[in-house]
Design a protein around this ligand. Structure first.
Ligand code: PMP
Length: 412
């Protein structure tokens, strides 16, 4: 439709037009039930079949092995900041009831992993022997020694603890535009292989307690070493659908009986945050977010027909390369400045600065006039942020790139 603009928002963010049109129909009449999707029981056979199909779409496209359950819940990223800590501490208590220390290893490469570590610290304060270890913080390695602009590539800068209750990282830092490499061999990939080797050398159990926030990169590309993760979670509101749905991929040894753990002294876990509750009930313990699940299902059905995560990896790669290329041209002319160090740039959230007094506001105003919105950087860091999620088309990105080049021309 003509009145729609190119939406570069960081989330909630663009959805495919064909999906929105289909969803319009489902709002009135879901799968020929005569009932709209927002009105139908979550226990109806039609909805349960839709939910089971959504699980299959994710399992097939990401090659999730049978060792892992796929769960759907509410509560967003913040809900999982808490849930991962409570469930993994309960698991650790069951495995090591007598342990005096329960260490939570956090890799902090941006604003969201920093916030997750803060939540872990709050929750650890209530549990015997629990503490947070910041394995590495990206800021000392940044250009100005205070920003998140890199994935530390030197393995010696990572201070891992032995046998932690969890190891946490955020794949893509939405605010700072910093992302682990999707190429497992790259120095800026998350070092799963090293962790496995280190655990083996210690004779520790081979099941890594590895937890990853994939909120802003889920389904945008394959997940390296997916099968070695304990928990992967993602809020839906970037690549998948509307806000309100949180997707979890949980290895089955990470569905602890939280009541048995509480009997051994672990902190009680709310029903709605306990992974075992979700798994035992096939994600319908309580009412799941029916409408976001519906739209996510349509989005991933469309993704499947296009070729799944491999297709999006290629397409998203072309999109981000085009925008980074334009930033590079602007940098040569003194108009733009890149923020993120080479090798750590996000393929989803491209951040940069517009140099010169008042020029950023001018850039944003010109973008709006040309039908492009959502380009203002996060309030905590400023600058420009172009989010290039799956539903942002190559044509829309070309429009942005053309505008950036036009803007560079004016600046010189
Ligand atoms: N993690 C990441 C990577 C995010 O981008 C966000 C939100 N933008 C969150 C966590 C927090 O998610 P929510 O707002 O759903 O709680």
């Amino acid at each position: 439709p003509e009145e729609r603009v190119a939406n570069f928002s960081a989330g909630p963010s663009a959805l495919p037009i064909s999906v929105l049109e289909e969803a319009n129909k489902g709002l009135l009449n879901f799968n020929n039930t005569g009932i709209g999707i927002a009105e139908i029981s979550h226990r109806s056979k039609e909805f349960l079949a839709f939910l089971a199909n959504l699980e299959t779409l994710i399992r097939d496209q990401l090659h999730v092995p049978d060792t892992h359950s796929i769960l759907f819940t509410q509560g967003g990223g913040y809900g999982q900041f808490s849930a991962v800590v409570l469930n993994m501490l309960a698991r650790h208590t069951l495995l090591h009831p007598e342990a005096e220390e329960r260490t939570l290893d956090y890799v902090v490469t941006g604003s969201w992993s920093k916030k997750a570590a803060e939540e872990a610290r709050r929750l650890a304060a209530g549990q015997r022997g629990a503490k947070v270890n910041v394995v590495v913080d990206g800021r000392p390695y940044s250009k100005d020694a205070k920003s998140f602009d890199n994935i530390p590539a030197d393995p010696t800068s990572y201070a891992w603890s032995t046998d932690p209750a969890l190891i946490y990282y955020c794949d893509n830092e939405t605010v700072d535009g910093v992302q682990f490499s999707g190429d497992a061999q790259s120095p800026t990939a998350f070092p799963v292989q090293q962790l496995i080797a280190a655990a083996q050398a210690r004779g520790a159990p081979p099941l890594l307690p590895l937890v990853a926030d994939h909120s802003s990169s889920f389904m945008s590309r394959p997940i390296p070493h997916l099968a070695d993760h304990a928990i992967i979670y993602a809020g839906a509101q970037k690549n998948i659908g509307p806000a309100g749905l949180t997707i979890l991929i949980v290895r089955q040894d990470c569905l602890p009986d939280v009541d048995a753990a509480a009997a051994l002294g672990a902190q009680p876990v709310p029903f709605s945050l306990a992974y075992k509750t979700l798994a035992d009930s096939k994600s319908v313990f309580n009412t799941p977010p029916v409408l976001p699940i519906y739209i996510a299902g349509l989005v991933l059905e469309r993704a499947k027909t296009l070729g799944g995560v491999e297709y999006f990896k290629e397409m998203n790669g072309r999109k981000s390369a085009a925008v980074y290329g334009a930033i590079g041209e602007g940098e040569e002319k003194g108009v733009f400045r890149r923020k993120v160090q080479q090798g750590s740039e996000s393929g989803m959230n491209v951040v940069f600065e517009v140099l010169g007094e008042g020029r950023e506001a001018e850039f944003l105003k010109g973008a709006e006039e040309r039908g492009m919105k959502g380009l203002k950087g996060h309030r905590s860091v400023g600058g420009i942020r172009a989010s290039l999620y799956n539903a942002v088309t190559e044509e829309e990105v070309q429009k942005l790139v053309d505008y950036m080049k036009e803007f560079i021309g004016q600046g010189s």
